[in-house]
Design a protein. Structure first.
Ligand SMILES: Nc1ncnc2c1ncn2[C@@H]1O[C@H](COP(=O)(O)OP(=O)(O)OP(=O)(O)O)[C@@H](O)[C@H]1O
Length: 305
């Protein structure tokens, strides 16, 4: 019998997961799984719970929470030799990864995706010794996502980011960087750089519209030095997906990216503080099997062939 372990964050986003958990467990059991659940107790606990589930040879781990919980589960699984399949139940404030996978926000529909039993191996990123599924980057503006208090995030959702972003705009300064991508070199003063694995970043689905999660490549995006007015204008263009031809927006693809800065720069990994640069970003080609909607991903693999 196949075994599934749900790792859920009871404090995540809408906090509805607790109420529906018995129903989810029952649905998994009816579908032939032996199912159990672990409620995370604090930051970092989902990583430990995922490592334990790997040791116990669960076939499937289901991460129920926001992007933070999914990232923690990923960090418990990615470096292991035996890697269970991962399912996602998006109940966070930001659910960028679920959006990238086209996993619906409705809990029962998200469970349907797991029960349909269609999975596909997808790329993930590693920077230094941490793993990410969505995005990593640096630059003053990227530091805002973890300066938003979590209570505020829960109350206001995405709006909290924008409010905090406005507040921080005057303090955004360019930084001098050296970025090596697949052997080529970029040097310059930048506002921010992003290393993206998916096309769904901070609710901006059109930021890297051609990004794929099964090609072994990151999308490297650099916004060069500009004044605040220009930056706001570029951000507005990015929301509409009209930023790609902007002369100070640089877009490359690469599987290995090394970033060095002279002054101190924080690294953001999937929306959380991830230590300081320098950073070496490695794309791990089709490293983890995720449950995904069959219609979307079957079509994509057909296009690949
Ligand atoms: N029991 C807990 N109490 C407090 N914090 C927790 C607990 N369990 C997990 N966490 C932390 O909460 C962080 C955020 O959780 P999660 O991502 O699930 O939800 P969110 O904040 O609603 O959404 P998002 O991260 O997508 O904005 C996790 O990265 C984790 O470190």
């Amino acid at each position: 019998m196949k075994r599934a372990r749900i790792i859920y964050n009871p404090t995540s986003g809408r906090e509805v997961i607790r109420k529906v958990l018995p129903d989810i467990l029952q649905r998994l059991e009816q579908a032939g799984y032996e199912a159990s659940a672990h409620a995370t107790t604090c930051a970092g606990d989902a990583t430990e719970a995922a490592k334990t589930a790997v040791e116990r040879k669960y076939d499937v781990i289901i991460a129920a929470g926001g992007d933070g919980t999914i990232n923690e589960v990923l960090n418990g699984v990615a470096e292991q030799e035996f890697r269970p399949k991962l399912g996602i139940i998006p109940v966070g404030t930001t659910n960028d990864f679920a959006r990238a996978l086209s996993v619906p926000r409705n809990i029962h529909k998200a469970v349907d995706i797991i029960l349909e039993d269609f999975s596909t191996p997808l790329d993930i990123g590693r920077v230094n010794d941490q793993y990410f599924m969505n995005i990593s980057g640096g630059g003053k503006i990227t530091e805002l996502s973890y300066e938003v208090p979590s209570k505020l995030k829960t109350m206001l959702g995405q709006l909290a980011y924008y409010l905090k972003g406005m507040e921080m705009l005057p303090s955004i300064r360019p930084t001098s960087v050296e970025i090596e991508y697949d052997g080529k070199l970029y040097e310059g003063d930048i506002m921010l750089f992003l290393v993206s694995n998916t096309n769904s970043v901070g609710g901006l689905e059109k930021l890297a519209p051609a990004a794929r999660m099964d090609d072994g490549l990151f999308d490297l995006m650099i916004i060069e030095k500009m004044n605040i007015a220009e930056f706001v204008r570029l951000a507005t263009l990015a929301i509409q997906g009209n930023h790609l031809n902007h002369p100070k927006f640089i877009h490359k693809t690469a599987s290995l990216i090394k970033v060095k800065t002279e002054e101190k720069m924080q690294l953001n990994i999937d929306g959380e503080f991830g230590g300081m640069l320098p950073g070496e970003f490695v794309n791990l080609y089709r490293h983890i099997d995720f449950f995904v909607p069959r219609e979307k991903f079957e079509k994509q693999s057909d296009e690949n062939e």
